[in-house]
Write a protein that binds this ligand. Structure first.
Ligand code: NI
Length: 127
């Protein structure tokens, strides 16, 4: 196994430590490996998509990064058929996008939200 060093915010590290205890992982590395495997599996499934899709995209983000969301979504009006924006506790926003369109466009949208690094949660559900 290769050892790498990564930087995390205190908040994420605290949650990882809590998760480690709750789920009985032997250490932080094991938590990180499980998380990475989930992300890779999720991505693999997404990469295989093609043709026209009906899907739902869920986002949770801090209110302060709402501008980033607005900027990205305006580039994808061709595939966004409905959007719901709700306010959660702790200054968080929940966005639900109902998407219809080409898989390549859907993947592009999801990729931009991930790449922004500002989203707490990004999940694409294929209908
Ligand atoms: Ni909001």
């Amino acid at each position: 196994m290769t050892i790498i060093s990564i930087s995390l915010t205190d908040e994420i590290l605290e949650e990882i430590d809590r998760l480690q205890k709750e789920l009985g992982f032997s250490g932080r590395s094991e938590v990180m490996r499980a998380g990475a495997r989930m992300l890779l599996a999720d991505n693999k499934e997404k990469e295989a998509l093609e043709g026209r899709l009906n899907s739902v995209l869920l986002l949770i983000h801090a209110q302060k990064v709402e501008d980033t969301v607005t900027e990205i979504k305006h580039e994808f009006e061709d595939i966004i058929s409905t959007q719901i924006h709700n306010h959660l506790r702790e200054d968080k926003c929940l966005e639900v996008f109902i998407l219809e369109g080409d898989a390549a466009r859907v993947k592009q949208l999801v990729r931009l939200f991930h790449a922004s690094g500002k989203m707490d949660y990004v999940k694409l559900i294929i209908a």
